[in-house]
Design a protein around this ligand. Sequence first.
Ligand code: DAH
Length: 355
Amino acid sequence: MNMEETLIKIKNEALSLILEASDIPQLEEIKLQFLGRNGKLTIAFKDLTKLPIEKRPEIGKLANEIKIVLEEAIDDRKKLLKESASQKERENLDVTNPGIKPPLGHLHLITQAISEITNIFEKIGITRVRYPEIEWDYYAFTALNFPENHPARDDWETFFTTEETNNKLGQIILTPHTSSGQVREMEKAVKQSQKTGDPISIRMLNIAKCYRRQSDVSHTQMFHQFEGLVVGENISIVHLKGVLDYFVKSYFGEKRESRIRPYHFQFTEPSFEVDVTCGVCLGKGCKLCKAGWLEMGGAGMVHPNVLKYGGIDPKKYTGFAFGWGVERVLMMKEGIEIDDLRLLYSNKLEFLDQF
Ligand code: DAH
């Protein structure tokens, strides 16, 4: 058999094996047998050197063509086998098998609390607004009746930025409390009333991220507050207490009571701290709460100076405000115990999945 015949024979033998191959491993085996390092065609290539020089180009060309034909045949067969395998799989599909459930996430605990709080206030017409998280000192302090350099500012443990200071608005800071939305809301309401001729009316709920330089088991540097502001004619403490009771019953449950205690804030007069009865002993006193009451946050009647900063005449209008922590009210809800508040923002699924 001359070289040409040998090559044709190798080609035919390989092609018939390729066509008969019934799975991919078998095809790989055939590839090795003919095109591998010691494969039949590879050896034939090596034998080319034994041919007389003038014959080599012609036979060499033939060998190359055969190599390409075999490679293509293997690839085609592979494709075909793969297609029929997936077709078979489809035919074997049992549609009565139960499906595989994709893992389902849920809203973060705080997001859930925020939407619950929003819904509660919406029912009495106090609706959500949003104000900047990065704020001028003016709205966070000055316009809330904190004179320049007043020591009370220190209580807010504020983060300051190195941005340029503005003559009227002061430094740019990270909002340390949602009260910063009060004067912004007043400015908006005044404009609105000038446009329509209607009396000024504010029913604001400002829920936002706040930032303070604090971090321990009960404090995170970023946390959330919800701030209520109601301004109108003849608004009194009675309205404040009514809204407070309504919120406490709706959020914590019918059995919980609230009370207000005198306190001091720069931006309210009179000012109060608001307490809610403990969810465990309902006010009797226990290990958790000591005297039966848990402190929820601040509230008060809007200070006349703050109304003035907002462009509202304090002789004509009055208002009340409150500012409470979302994380705090959540912890005060029965049945939720978080030893370290920082876990809320750690993104640990073992923790977050529980809620
Ligand atoms: N902004 C206060 C704080 O972060 C809470 C507060 C107190 C808000 C009294 C009010 C208020 O609206 O009337 O501690």
